[in-house]
Write a protein that binds this ligand. Structure first.
Ligand SMILES: Cc1cc2nc3c(=O)[nH]c(=O)nc-3n(C[C@H](O)[C@H](O)[C@H](O)COP(=O)(O)OP(=O)(O)OC[C@H]3O[C@@H](n4cnc5c(N)ncnc54)[C@H](O)[C@@H]3O)c2cc1C
Length: 339
């Protein structure tokens, strides 16, 4: 039951209708009921929304999916962009710019606590503390909600707003093979140009290759509730299952696929104390949550990060960057407060 990107139009069409969503917010599950979406399409749409948004379809806000759809349409969201050479070039570039402007980037120190009063914020780390007149807190939503960093006094309005958001879950792994064994398979040339592979009845249901880059790797992706199926599995166990799944999809012996495998690379975002999940999504009724999180706390604490995006791009790198620019503009617009 797999296809290579074909047959996806019916999945996207009702999602696009969400752009016109009006009325009191409902969950995506309720939206599917309301639209009387037939069972098979329903499964695919849930698969898509849960996979893309790392969300639970029973909980994610239909209004936020509409806002996201609009935002993506406005920014060529259906085109795939990749940073050649890896995403780490982005933070490396930003760190370089900070240094050029006389700033210092300190890594490898975990914040344990933030103590603050008007005009003074102290960040206590596992080795020493830092004091400043104002602080921008970019802890991931999962860390913020999990209480891994105590903030005292508690920024009640921000934490209450954060209650309208959820940290989504994703499991992603990349398999590196000795050769692009799928390139010569039928249908040809479709498989040799395979970019995405959707296989909703399999685990994981979404796969992609770096096509058109020549590469022998395939990435598997599962988001939302279904990612629990891979919970606690290490790279070895994941690769064993993944080779069996790819064998079924391509009609090949599992051993044939396994013998071509060179390595499997994965990370468990859910159990990472520095993330607590993959990225955020908006829970039903929480459309204004991110906006409320952007309100400065006594002119001293400012919250940023992808979960504070107010342009419909939750869960993305561009949302995170834009939120940083927003927090910087807020600080520059307000005079420094006296302690
Ligand atoms: C598997 C996966 C694939 C993704 N793919 C894409 C994609 O293709 N395109 C896209 O746009 N987005 C993608 N995203 C989402 C994107 O990575 C996030 O939206 C973005 O990184 C959020 O940036 P942020 O600064 O808000 O949070 P983060 O990038 O999570 O940064 C927060 C930082 O805080 C640090 N931190 C946490 N706790 C502490 C502490 N106690 N003390 C000190 N530091 C701490 C963390 O280590 C981390 O460095 C993906 C996410 C995942 C998980």
């Amino acid at each position: 039951m797999s296809d290579c990107g074909g047959g996806m139009d019916e999945v996207f069409e009702p999602l696009e209708r969400l752009e016109d969503f009006e009325g009191p917010d409902i969950s995506f599950a309720e939206y599917l009921d309301r639209e009387k979406v037939p069972a098979e399409e329903r499964g695919r749409m849930i698969g898509y929304v849960e996979g893309f948004n790392a969300a639970d379809h029973r909980d994610v806000s239909a209004a936020s999916l509409g806002a996201q759809q609009k935002a993506e349409d406005a920014s060529e969201g259906d085109r795939i962009f990749r940073l050649r050479g890896g995403y780490d070039q982005l933070p490396a570039y930003l760190a370089k710019r900070i240094a050029e402007y006389g700033g210092t980037v300190i890594t490898g120190r975990a914040a344990k606590e933030i103590r603050w009063k008007i005009g003074r914020a102290e960040i206590i780390t596992d080795s020493g503390s830092f004091v400043a007149a104002r602080a921008v807190v970019t802890l991931p939503l999962g860390v913020l909600q999990g209480g891994g960093v105590a903030i005292s006094p508690a920024p009640d309005t921000v934490m209450e707003a954060a209650g309208g958001l959820r940290m989504g879950q994703v499991r992603r792994f990349t398999l590196l093979f000795r050769e692009r064994f799928w390139g010569g398979l039928e249908p040809h040339p479709a498989l040799s140009e395979m970019s995405f592979l959707f296989s909703f009845s399999e685990m994981p249901p979404v796969w992609w290759t770096p096509h058109p880059e020549a590469s022998n790797s395939i990435t598997g992706w599962v988001g939302g509730r279904r990612s629990q199926a891979l919970e606690g599995m290490d790279a070895e166990e994941i690769s064993r299952r993944a080779c069996a799944t790819l064998g079924r999809i391509f009609g090949l012996e599992t051993d044939y696929v396994s013998n071509l495998l060179m390595g499997c690379y994965t990370h468990d975002w859910r159990h990472d104390a520095f993330t607590g999940g993959a990225y955020s999504y908006v829970a039903t009724g929480g459309l204004d949550a991110s906006r409320h999180m952007t309100e400065p706390v006594a002119g001293t604490l400012y919250f940023a990060g992808e979960h504070t995006d107010i342009t419909g791009h939750w869960g993305t790198v561009h949302a995170a960057m834009r939120s940083g620019l927003r927090a910087a503009a807020q600080i520059l617009a307000h005079p420094k407060l006296k302690d």
